[in-house]
Design a protein around this ligand. Structure first.
Ligand SMILES: [Zn+2]
Length: 110
């Protein structure tokens, strides 16, 4: 799951502007919802609510549902953790078949 699949939703909308372009913007409490589901991150049914594809939830300034914000922050955190792990994969010990000895050094001391 990724925050890229989270959209902004609200029960009421109003014509407004996003980035200088005319589009509908939410005017009631703003929730976040994963695409492909009918419920918000806080568990409410958003079946009949407006979807604001051009308004990323993270950019909504006011009147965001606190429970959706908390759930969204958890998603962000999980995504950041996943990204960190893929940059620094967990070490799985030495590669199979590899030597644990440094090359060019004597193997026995006598
Ligand atoms: Zn909510």
């Amino acid at each position: 799951m990724s925050t890229a699949t989270v959209i902004t939703t609200a029960a009421f909308s109003h014509p407004g502007y996003v980035g200088g372009r005319a589009t509908d913007v939410p005017i009631s409490e703003v929730h976040a919802k994963k695409t492909g589901t009918i419920t918000t991150l806080c568990g409410q049914s958003a079946l009949t609510w407006f979807k604001f594809w051009e308004v990323p939830f993270a950019t909504v300034l006011g009147n965001r549902c606190p429970r959706c914000v908390a759930a969204f922050d958890e998603l962000l955190q999980a995504e950041a953790d996943r990204r960190r792990r893929s940059f620094h994969p967990a070490r799985k010990g030495r590669p199979a078949g590899g030597s644990s000895r440094a090359p060019g050094r004597p193997t026995t001391l006598s």
